[in-house]
Structures are given as C-alpha cells and as structure tokens.
Design a protein around this ligand. Structure first.
Ligand code: UGA
Length: 439
C-alpha cells in the first residue's frame, strides 16, 4: 500500500496533524512505538483530549485514510515522511534531540533501498542547525545523498492545545524551510491538496524556519510575562486594574489584544521549554538573553501573588480549607505539564493546608501526583463548599456560571482569589474578592 504521507510520532502534533490531513483526503500512515497508543487510536479513542478529534479519527479510519503501524520501516511506503517526535528539555534547559536522532537513524536504515526521491519533513520543534545534523545522520545511515536522493524540509507547528483541530485546518501560516526548489514544489502540491485556496505559505531557509518557531513562542510568552509585570504594578496602585490597561493597549493595532491576559503564569509543554531552549541556544552564540531570562523569572514567581494574598488574609495556612478551581495548564485540555496548579498545590500541602480541587477533565492526572494528600471534588460547587478561600487557577468556561451567591452560601468564608480574571470586580464587590492585577 502506498501512502501520500507518513508521520513518525503520534503525540500532540503528529496525531492532530495526521488526522486533519486524513480528513482532507490524504492517505496517511501514522507510526508510533507505543502499542497502547496505537490501539486507542485504532478504536477512535484519542490518547490526547482534543475537541473533534475522536469524530475525525473515526471517519478517517472508516474511510481507510489513516493507517497505523508500530514499525518505522513502514515509512518506505510513502515519499513524504513527517518527523513529529518530542524534543524535551535537558537539565540545563537546552533541547534534547535524542528522539529526533533515533527516529532519523531508523528512517535512514529503512530507506536504504528506496530508489525514488523522498522528503523528510521536520515538524518537531528544533533549534537552528538541527536540520543539518539530521541530514548528516540520514546520509551516514542510508548511504544516500541529500538533494539528490532525498530532501529535508523544516515545517514548524503553531497549533494550540485545546484548539488543535481548528488550528491545523485553518492555520495562520504554513512555514516551509528549504533551499530546494524541488522540495518546495513537493510541499506546495501536498498543502494545496489539503488547504486548497487558503494557503498562507511562507518559504524560507531551514534555519530561519527553525528560529521562527522559537521566536513565535518566545514573543507570545514575553507578551504574557510583560502583562504579569504590569499586573504587579497595577496591584500596588489605587484603583489599578490590569484588565482595563490590557483593553486600552490592545486597541493599538501594533500591539493587538491577544496573549495580553495577565494571570498566574504560562504553563504547558511548549512555552517554558521553548523559552529555556532559546536561552540555552543564545548562550552558545554569546548572545545576551536577559529579555527571556526576565520572562522566565516573572513566570516562575507569578504564582506567589496568591500566597501574598493568603498570608495577608489567612495568616498561617495550617488546617485552612482551600479550594482550587482549575488544574489544567489552560482550559479545554487535561494537560497538566508545567501547570501553575501543581506549584500552588505543592506549596499549600507543604504549609499543611487542607486542599480540595476540581477540574472538568484534568483531575485524574493530578491525582497521579498528589494521591490521597488532597481531596478531589466532583464539581465546582462541592469544591468550594465549606472552604475558607477559593483560588481560580484555570479559566474554564463553566466556572463563569458561578454567581456571588454561590460563593456566599457555600463557602465558610467567601474569600476569592481570581487568578485568571474570570469575574468582574463590580459583580463581586460585596465579597472578599482579590484578583491578579487588581489594586
Ligand atoms: C503554544 C503556542 O500558542 C502554539 O502556537 C504552539 O504551536 C504551541 O505552544 C507549541 O509550541 O506546540 P499551547 O502551549 O498549546 O500553545 O498553549 P497557549 O494557548 O499558547 O497557552 C500557553 C500558556 O499561556 C497557558 O498556560 C495559558 O494559560 C497562558 N496564557 C496564554 C496566559 O497566561 N495569558 C494569555 O494571554 C495567553
């Protein structure tokens, strides 16, 4: 069987992209070493929580547009191979290319006997220069020659968790990093089939494509830390309110309103990791990365604003009943990687507080970390019941339906710390309402 494309690595990016391509009529082969994951995908039971993904999986499998395999060797049935394995952080923050190297070696061995030209597309986030290393690795293990027998294209990903399908089907941009006209044409033909007339392609060099991804994520992280810094100032001035500041500066088209929400800091598997990797990469080049170090520093200390309020209002936290609404690193996902909730719960548990938590879908993941040391509520009302302080950590839509009367009636003391500014000060002014960026 011939496939139009193969994906090596069915994590967040690989799986979302593979299923969207299949939905657009492309014959896709998905390869992953995790048998359990493959079994779930085969049964249209996505291992990642993402809206629409199970429906798309079911239809792709039914239409035989998505096939699955555990063997990297099977990529030889495709002439376009997407590399979408993870690139985690090493201890010093630099990027760990272990999985990329391993996968490219396996692909090289697999393609040794292929006679036709093929393209390896790097979707994983990698620092500038990585594609050159991958080329060397491929040449070494396959005996083939770059540009003659195969091409390597850098095609970074910009999808957001929780909105992965929409972002993939309607991308703001498609970055294609290659110096080869032939590879450009191959990629254009593929993307034209998928995106038809909505094709915002940017052609650039491989190194620029690699850097674009880091610049994109680091700038968004910078916007957030900048607003968290403004929030800290707003909290100290009479009538200060970061939300009003955001609305005003966001009206400036040069700034735009998105990613200007102050909160308890950014989390997830991308921003913290990518900012650290760019700092480590700059260091190698002797480029001062003070700007990004400040972004991280603000982010890592932002959650402490909660404890400053708690100290003022409750004094010692020993045996105090604290409820936490929202555990995932952002709404619409069950992902708790680098989630602020974890830092907050750890500190509360250390201070011997009695912690009760609720999240619409991430509770089980948090249970794996904290086990019996905290209590898990089945809904937001029971979470805040009898509590002496409620901290809103993730801005899930359903929390917005809680009214002041719920807090008043259910809590032992209606003390609220709104870490994501989901409520308005006006609406809650009869309660003890504290919020990030509110003076
Ligand atoms: C991020 C990027 O937005 C994607 O473009 C990129 O493809 C992805 O990383 C990646 O590199 O794979 P993601 O981590 O899924 O996507 O989530 P975001 O929506 O960007 O949110 C990241 C964090 O920033 C969350 O903790 C969120 O709560 C926080 N945030 C976001 C704020 O605190 N304020 C804002 O205004 C926006």
């Amino acid at each position: 069987m011939e496939y139009d494309v193969a994906f090596v690595g069915l994590g967040y990016v690989g799986l979302s992209t593979a299923v969207c391509f299949a939905d657009r009529g492309i014959n896709v082969l998905g390869v992953d070493i995790d048998k359990n994951k493959l079994d779930r995908i085969k049964n249209a039971d996505s291992p990642i929580h993402e809206k629409y993904i199970n429906e798309l999986l079911e239809s792709a499998i039914k239409k035989k547009k998505l096939s699955l395999s555990k063997k990297v060797n099977d990529v030889t049935n495709s002439r376009i191979i997407f590399l979408a394995v993870g690139t985690p952080s090493l201890r010093d923050g630099s990027i760990d290319l272990r999985y990329i190297k391993q996968a490219s070696k396996e692909i090289a061995i697999a393609i040794k006997n292929i006679q036709e030209y093929f393209v390896i597309v790097i979707k994983s986030t990698v620092v500038p220069g990585t594609s050159l290393e991958i080329i060397k690795n491929l040449e070494k293990h396959s005996g083939k020659k770059n540009s003659v027998d195969f091409g390597v294209v850098v095609n970074p990903e910009f999808l957001q968790e929780g909105n992965a399908i929409n972002d993939t089907l309607k991308p703001d941009k498609i970055v294609i990093g290659t110096n080869s006209e032939k590879d450009k044409e191959i990629m254009y033909k593929l993307f034209k089939k998928i995106y038809r007339n909505n094709l915002p392609i940017i052609y650039t060099t491989p190194s620029n494509a690699e850097l674009i991804k880091y610049a994109n994520n680091s700038l968004l992280a910078t916007k957030i830390s900048f607003m968290n810094y403004i929030a800290r100032i707003a909290e100290q001035i009479p009538d200060g309110d970061v939300v009003e500041i955001k609305s005003a500066i966001g009206m400036d088209k040069r700034i735009s309103e998105s990613f200007l929400n102050a909160g308890l800091g950014f989390g997830g598997s991308c921003f913290p990791k990518d900012v650290k990797a760019l700092i480590a990469f700059s260091k190698e080049l002797n480029v001062n990365s003070g700007i990004l170090q400040s972004v991280l520093e603000i982010n890592e200390t932002q959650f402490m604003s909660v404890f400053n309020i708690l100290k003022k209002e409750l004094g010692s936290l020993e045996r105090k009943k604290i409820s936490i609404l929202g555990l995932s690193f952002k709404p619409e996902t069950d992902d708790i990687r680098d989630a602020t909730s974890i830092k907050i719960i750890k500190r509360l548990v250390n201070k011997k507080a009695k912690v009760k938590v609720y999240d619409p879908i991430a509770t089980n993941n948090v249970r794996k970390i904290f086990g019996g040391s905290i209590t898990y509520a089945a809904n937001s009302e029971s979470c805040i019941q009898d509590s002496e302080c409620c901290i809103i950590v993730t801005e899930w839509k359903e929390f917005k339906s809680l009214k002041p009367k719920h807090f008043k009636q259910l809590m032992k003391r209606p003390l609220i710390i709104d870490g994501r500014r989901i409520f308005s000060k006006k609406q809650f002014n009869k309660l003890e309402y504290h919020a990030i960026g509110l003076g």
